[in-house]
Design a protein around this ligand. Structure first.
Ligand code: SAH
Length: 461
């Protein structure tokens, strides 16, 4: 280790920045965030630095650096483009034992400044010891995108309970268990979704009444249409903290690979006409598991509230007082059309788009066909493969042109993504003669033609 990472308290301490340019400004802003008393010395100052001085946030001395400027400073940063001045500042600071950083000159520094991820009071500092700042910044970007912003709030909340928790659990193990539960359970999730007051009340309750903390929770998570890259950060986080995962046929293998390694997996089926676990059974299972204190992720294909029966599942949870969260996912219509080069709306061809269920009930679909059989509109049929002939007949019967373009997208966004394009009148023949299997989405509308115009190549080609 070339450097010792430490965090310095510079609140109300005098800090000197030599140089008044843009880089100096950035350093000053950081020092100010840590509540330092900043003095800047330079003959000229950029607009931003001048503004800080005008607002009395820093003291600005408008002249060249002088040796006596370092007196009584707690920390010095030199950010001029004059190498002689930088070297002089460094030398003086070193001999006075004042920590000094010279921008872009690690040899002249007694400390270096890391890339930071700020979730105050949590601060993550990353350094490459000056060897490759770009890589350090890339790592920083990765952390930025995976650590929710609300971690700071969670840390604040935990801080405010610290003494109480210490008093209640004298045993270190019990204390650790309590915190672990809070940081990965309902309390954390409430903070992440902006309900800090509720989180506080829950934490207090958990602390006062240990039996209550035994109730688990349910995450109803949209797993998207197939490509795991289409998951949201929130979906991924909850998938990785759940103890049990309930999933069905629509959740792709790629997505399933991202659930917590040691989570219990329960398949609840849902092949068409062959429901492994009936819906009521799934609803009850969610309640039973949560009542045992488990964190349950109900993972669904696409979006849980779009033809996903998500509404019914949370109704049962609500009736039983089980805490839950719903995470939206990219619905099949959006994923399949985008990955097939078909914009669902387009200024010239379609001003609206309808998502419709094509599920056959007693051999027919109860749909407002007059509203559907119109121009300048895109219709996306879910669960309509078996009913393809019916929908083609009905749309034509209600006045839609037989040559209206149609696309069938099979296993959209997965490595097996496949697209057939045809016309409304030809649709039944294509479905009858081609090896098209569920899950398939049927898109009807002029926008389908854009695929050719865009010269689209499917990801699986
Ligand atoms: N909640 C899901 C839809 C469930 S209904 C969502 O928002 O996407 C199931 C139907 O969705 C399937 O019959 C099929 O029509 C469609 N579907 C889901 N995933 C699909 C995929 N990857 N490719 C094509 N169609 C898909």
């Amino acid at each position: 280790m070339n450097y010792l990472p430490i965090f310095i308290d510079i609140k109300q301490k005098p800090c000197l920045v030599v140089g008044g340019g843009d880089i100096a400004y950035r350093k000053m802003s950081l020092l100010l965030k840590a509540n330092a008393q900043v003095t800047c010395v330079d003959k000229s100052a950029c607009e931003n630095v001048q503004a800080l001085a005008d607002q009395n946030k820093i003291a600005l001395i408008k002249r060249n650096f002088e040796a006596s400027d370092i007196n009584t400073q707690a920390l010095i940063i030199s950010a001029t483009n004059n190498t002689q001045v930088n070297a002089q500042v460094s030398k003086l600071a070193h001999s006075a034992n004042i920590p000094v950083n010279v921008v872009d000159s690690p040899d002249l520094c007694s400390f270096i400044m890391p890339s930071i991820v700020d979730r105050s009071p949590i601060i993550i500092a990353i350094s490459s010891a000056g060897k490759t700042p770009v890589l350090a910044r890339l790592i920083r970007a990765k952390l930025e995108s995976t650590i929710p912003h609300a971690y700071g709030k969670l840390a604040e909340l935990a801080g405010s309970f610290r003494d109480q928790v210490k008093a209640k659990f004298t045993n270190i193990e019990d204390r650790r268990f309590f915190w672990e539960r809070s940081f990965s359970g309902i309390v954390a999730e409430k903070v992440f979704s902006g309900r800090v007051d509720e989180a506080k009340a829950t934490m207090q309750k958990q602390l006062d009444d240990s039996t209550d903390s035994d109730v688990g929770e349910v995450y109803l998570v949209g797993g998207g249409p197939g490509d795991p890259d289409l998951l949201t950060f929130k979906a991924l986080r909850l998938m990785q903290q759940a103890d049990v995962i309930l999933y069905d046929r629509l959740v792709s293998e790629g997505v399933m690979e991202l659930v917590r390694r040691d989570a219990e997996l329960i398949y609840v089926g849902k092949e068409r006409d062959n429901h492994s676990v009936p819906q009521e059974g799934i609803n009850q299972l969610l309640v039973d598991l949560a009542k045992k204190g488990r964190r349950v992720c109900r993972l669904k294909g696409g979006d849980p509230f779009i033809f996903g029966r998500g509404g019914e599942e949370i109704e049962t949870l609500a009736e039983n007082g089980i805490p839950f969260q719903v995470v939206p996912g990219i619905t099949a219509a959006s994923g399949c059309s985008t990955y097939s080069g078909i914009p669902l709306t387009h200024r010239d061809y379609s001003q609206s788009c309808r998502f419709v269920t094509g599920h056959l009930k007693d051999g027919s679909m109860n749909l407002p066909w007059d509203e559907l059989a119109v121009e300048q509109q895109t219709i996306v049929f879910y669960m309509a493969l078996k009913g393809a002939k019916h929908l083609s007949d009905k749309l034509i019967e209600h006045g839609m042109r037989g040559d209206m373009p149609v696309a069938l997208v099979e296993k959209g966004t997965t490595p097996d993504h496949r697209v057939w394009t045809t016309t409304l009148v030809e649709l039944p023949t294509i479905v009858a003669t081609q090896p098209i299997k569920a899950p398939t989405l049927i898109i009807v509308g002029e926008v389908v033609k854009l695929r050719e115009k865009l010269n689209w190549f499917d990801p699986s080609d």
